[in-house]
Design a protein around this ligand. Structure first.
Ligand code: MN
Length: 135
């Protein structure tokens, strides 16, 4: 057992996030564990690009108000204490609302070969994001 060092907070890459997003890693996979967990803070208006996770993903909201969207038009408004499960391979996005911060824990497993399970796609359009905020 050991207390791990606190990892530095980094800016999430603009290539796959829109707006200002800060990530603080909690744990990276140490075999045989494949768990990756991170505290993600989205400023108002910030969100991920569309993406999917090969082994699924659990989000747990710690602060603020956010939105999760799926390709079938599904939109879920999320609040502190909410848990959201994204099944393996389901294309989705998540982020803050236009008017509030969102902080969530993101928990996902690496693939069995040890590689990153996330497939990144295109940005969520301004029109789609605006519509999601009006739900
Ligand atoms: Mn995700």
């Amino acid at each position: 057992m050991e207390r791990m060092a606190t990892a530095p907070t980094g800016k999430a890459p603009a290539a796959v996030f829109t707006g200002d997003v800060y990530m603080t890693p909690i744990t990276v996979p140490t075999p045989p564990s494949r768990l990756f967990a991170s505290l993600v803070r989205f400023t108002p208006g910030a969100r991920t690009h569309w993406h999917s996770h090969a082994v699924g993903q659990t989000l747990y909201v710690t602060e603020g108000v956010g939105i999760v969207g799926t390709r079938d038009g599904g939109l879920i408004r999320i609040h502190p204490g909410d848990t959201v499960w994204s099944p393996a391979g389901e294309e989705h996005w998540h982020g803050a609302t236009a008017t509030n911060l969102l902080c969530h824990l993101a928990m996902l497993e690496w693939k069995e070969d040890g590689s990153d399970p996330t497939t990144w796609l295109e940005a969520v359009s301004e029109d789609d994001y605006r519509a999601a905020n009006q739900q």
